[in-house]
Design a protein around this ligand. Structure first.
Ligand code: AMP
Ligand code: ZN
Ligand code: FE
Ligand code: FE
Length: 288
């Protein structure tokens, strides 16, 4: 085990490694199947697949779409999506634009709070990436306004922080529908986060009914193998998966940023899961 990683980011969103570097690392770590899942963008999919060509590493197309829920957000993983699907591309383009607008507003708020960071610097840090709060956090960090990325989120740019600004997001059901429309398999990413963030804001999310509704919208997977997920929570997710006949996906949520200790492939995903997903994809290809 430890041969698969179905959740990894690149410089196309808020990861630290380029698609080529991520593929090189996967090869060095002995990963056999890698799914690249950048936030709200599929720009890394084809570069990763090209970089892996002839290497024996299997790269699955993926995306991680952020969706809105009251007082929190959920991330929907989409696997085997067609990276050329036009509706998917248009929707992701809209999300990217909204990330830009929201980024400028957050910088303005930070300036008002007395922090002298510039939008130009945030853009420089992001490069070609779709702008995310981690880029803003980095700008704060290099100017010494925060001591760590985590500090930036907990004091300033977290959901309930003074510099937080909303951005346009799909609803969870819409994100599932979009993934399906683009030929993909939808899996709910790190379900433990949506509950804890909502709880911090004083709202409780009933995971069972939340998942039940998503299953009605076409959800077919749930992320159950994830670094440092407590066993009791994992068991609860495994039970839910069983009840709703969901495939239990997994990955490290690798970002490859300085200070991030997670290692690529350092998660135990059973071989059977990979087989089930391959079967799912084969059935879809056969039905087209
Ligand atoms: P955004 O997509 O711009 O809303 O930023 C969300 C991203 O910020 C997440 O996907 C994580 O990578 C990162 N993030 C969120 N909360 C934290 C936190 N408390 N500490 C560090 N990074 C975080
Ligand atoms: Zn991220
Ligand atoms: Fe996520
Ligand atoms: Fe992620």
């Amino acid at each position: 085990m430890g041969l698969y990683d179905l959740h990894a980011h690149t410089t196309a969103s808020d990861g630290g490694l380029s698609p080529q570097q991520l593929v090189e690392l996967a090869l060095r770590c002995g990963v056999k199947v890698l799914a690249v899942t950048d936030h709200d963008t599929i720009a890394s999919v084809i570069p990763c697949q090209e970089a892996a060509q002839g290497s024996g590493l299997e790269v699955w197309a993926g995306v991680e779409i952020s969706a809105d829920v009251p007082a929190s957000e959920v991330h929907m993983l989409g696997y085997f999506i067609n990276p050329n699907h036009s509706d998917l591309r248009t929707n992701l383009e809209d999300l990217r634009r909204s990330r830009l607008e929201r980024g400028t507003k957050m910088v303005a708020r930070l300036n008002k709070l007395g922090m002298d960071i510039t939008w130009e610097r945030v853009q420089e840090i992001a490069g070609d990436a779709s702008i995310g709060r981690p880029h803003i956090a980095q700008a704060l960090l290099e100017k010494g306004y925060v001591s760590t990325m985590k500090d930036a989120f907990s004091r300033l740019i977290g959901r309930n922080g003074p510099a937080y600004v909303e951005r346009t997001k799909l609803t969870p059901a819409e994100s599932v529908a979009l993934i399906r429309e683009a030929g993909g398999f939808a899996s709910l990413a790190h379900p433990q986060y949506v509950m804890s963030e909502a709880k911090q804001a004083g709202r409780l999310i009933n995971l069972d009914s939340f998942i039940e509704e998503l299953v009605e919208s076409g959800l077919e997977g749930i992320e159950v193998y994830y670094p440092d997920l407590p066993t009791d929570l994992q068991n609860r997710l495994l039970n839910l998966a069983d009840r709703y006949k969901l495939i239990t996906t997994g990955g490290t949520d690798f970002h490859g940023l300085p200070g991030q200790l997670t290692r690529l492939g350092d998660v135990q995903i059973p071989d059977g899961v990979i087989a089930q997903m391959r079967e799912w994809n084969a059935a879809r290809l056969a039905s087209n």
